[in-house]
Write a protein of this length. Structure first.
Length: 156
């Protein structure tokens, strides 16, 4: 399953992005070393992620307000520096659904394998795509610093 929706206004997503961009790398872990999310061919991935137990309360509260009334297992913020990428993979966690909420604009880096072939989704603040955990996906090397929100859950 691949499903698109608008989660929050562009303004709210862009406001959050400003706050997230100011955070030091110390809030994030290097996923090439910790809790790796390996590519199907075994090549290492390269990105950073901040878990919800590590994020400032202001950001935690804002993100969880986007999913009020829904059962969410975890919300992560991924950070990619230019050149960082994730090869084709399925997520290493065992939850049924993952939702990516975009914060940036006009980046064509998230690729999803659909029954009709690979599709590339363009980042747009507040837009989201939800996939089931069987959907192979990748992130092409990013041209500029990029952040995205990852929401993990067992039911929609
Ligand atoms: Fe993933």
């Amino acid at each position: 399953m691949i499903a698109f929706e608008k989660i929050v206004s562009s303004e709210r997503a862009t406001d959050l992005l400003k706050k997230v961009k100011e955070l030091d790398d110390a809030y994030f872990i290097d996923r090439s070393k910790y809790i790796p999310n390996p590519c199907l061919d075994g090549t290492p991935n390269k990105y950073l992620s901040m878990s919800d137990d590590a994020m400032p309360k202001e950001i935690y509260d804002e993100l969880y307000s986007w999913f009020e009334g829904q059962e969410v297992e975890q919300i992560l913020v991924n950070r990619y520096y230019p050149g960082m990428h994730l090869g084709p993979h399925i997520d290493s966690n065992l939850y049924e659904y993952v939702t990516v909420v975009f914060l940036d604009s006009e980046l064509d880096v998230l690729n999803l394998e659909s029954p009709d072939g690979w599709v590339t989704v363009t980042d747009e603040p507040g837009k989201a795509v939800t996939i089931t955990r069987d959907v192979v996906h990748s992130v092409s090397p990013v041209p500029v610093m990029r952040h995205s929100i990852i929401v993990i859950r067992d039911q929609l």
